[in-house]
Ligand binder design. Sequence first.
Ligand code: HEM
Length: 118
Amino acid sequence: MSKEISLATVKKHNTPGDLWIVIDNKVYDVTKFLHEHPGGEETLLTVGGTDGTEDFNDVGHSAEARELLKKYFIGNLAESDIKQNKPPVGCREIGIAVGAILLGMALVYVIKRGTAKN
Ligand code: HEM
């Protein structure tokens, strides 16, 4: 089993001489890659010590870039720091459900009115 690293630990490694980054719940030590990054040092430094998944995906990195990541893998993000992709039923879902019911009722009303006239 690979090592589990907390986000708090990752946070401590945010300098050019010691740079860690989280991508897709995996932790990478990119200190040695900093000067080689085709997208520049600055981009890596701004996300160093944090979860850079969104930034990494926004750029649309190539398959080669993803392959390169493996070289710098040092451990998995701690279970407690992993964001759940599927939150419990939220306000949005309730809103959609209520909206759908109202729409259904309106539709039944319109149809009934239409048939009553004939
Ligand atoms: C830490 C892991 C990362 C690796 C291994 C990596 C690797 C690469 C590679 C190989 C390229 C060349 C183009 C490609 O093959 O897609 C690239 C380009 C680039 N990367 Fe990264 N990258 C990393 C993280 C990031 C992050 C976190 C950002 C943004 C904050 C970023 C921003 C960019 C930008 C702006 C380019 C230039 C895109 C272009 O001009 O085509 N990279 N990166």
